[in-house]
Ligand binder design. Structure first.
Ligand code: PGA
Length: 249
């Protein structure tokens, strides 16, 4: 684990009313002190300002997506610099739901990661195989191709986080086995080593992480945190996951 501080990130997706978002942020603010892990929430973009006000400084703010251009005629999209101005430090790019709902491919994900960096944000770049890839024995090849196609040049721990999220484990209650997670994370770090400063890059696992499985997942040597969907919508569950993160010296 070395010097990589654990990052526990909550992806609220298209959930919460404004009132619920404020309440969740306030509950996290109350309890965030004293955690060894870094805590991050990524609310819907329209709630970012309100959540920023309710969160305080102890919990980081992130967005779920950004556009690849710095500005322009892109109706409905949000630029990375706008997110930075609202107080975001991170932005998720290439989530599998963006890939499937909006046809985002690796080249677009790389362009988004570059745009995020240009605006001073740290992209959380998501990769992960589908069930048919795993069943066909090509999970590692698929993830390697995604990394080679989407990680921007000059990547290192200060400007990139990678999240491994097997598509079949997202929102399904099915979690990858810790041995499989560690094997894939080791593979991701090796592939990153060909193209980036791999040792310092934090690798998050995502896919049905919950309080009951967090300790064994976060205990894997190449797992540096979690990207949490469903369980991040309940403050008590999200905090329990954060407390399960081993302290890093
Ligand atoms: P989940 O979502 O925790 O609900 O499986 C994870 C994600 O999509 O980031």
């Amino acid at each position: 684990m070395g010097q990589r501080r654990m990052l526990i990130a909550g992806n609220w997706k298209m959930h919460t009313t404004l009132g619920e978002a404020r309440a969740l942020a306030a509950a996290l603010r109350e309890e965030a002190g004293g955690l060894s892990a870094e805590l991050l929430v990524c609310p819907p973009s329209c709630w970012l300002s309100a959540v920023a006000e309710s969160l305080g400084a102890g919990v980081a703010l992130g967005a779920q997506d950004c556009h690849m251009q710095a500005s322009g005629a892109h109706t409905g999209d949000v630029a990375a610099a706008m997110l930075a101005e609202l107080g975001c430090r991170y932005v998720i790019v290439g989530h599998s739901e963006r890939r499937s709902d909006h046809g985002e491919d690796d080249a677009m994900v790389r362009a988004k990661a570059r745009a995020a960096r240009a605006a001073g944000l740290v992209p959380i770049l998501c990769v992960g195989e589908r069930l048919e890839d795993r069943d066909a024995g090509r999970a590692e090849a698929v993830v390697a191709a995604q990394l080679r196609g989407s990680v921007p040049e000059g990547a290192g721990g200060a400007n990139l986080v990678v999240a491994y999220e097997p598509v079949w484990a997202i929102g399904t209650g099915r979690t990858a086995a810790p041995d499989d997670i560690q094997a894939m994370h080791g593979h991701v770090r090796r592939v990153l080593g060909e193209i980036a400063e791999a040792a310092s890059i934090r690798l998050l696992y995502g896919g049905s992480v919950k309080p009951g499985n967090a300790a064994e997942i976060l205990g894997c040597p190449d797992v540096d945190g979690a990207l949490v969907g469903g369980a991040s919508l309940r403050a008590a569950d999200f905090l329990a996951i954060a407390r399960a993160a081993p302290a890093v010296d």
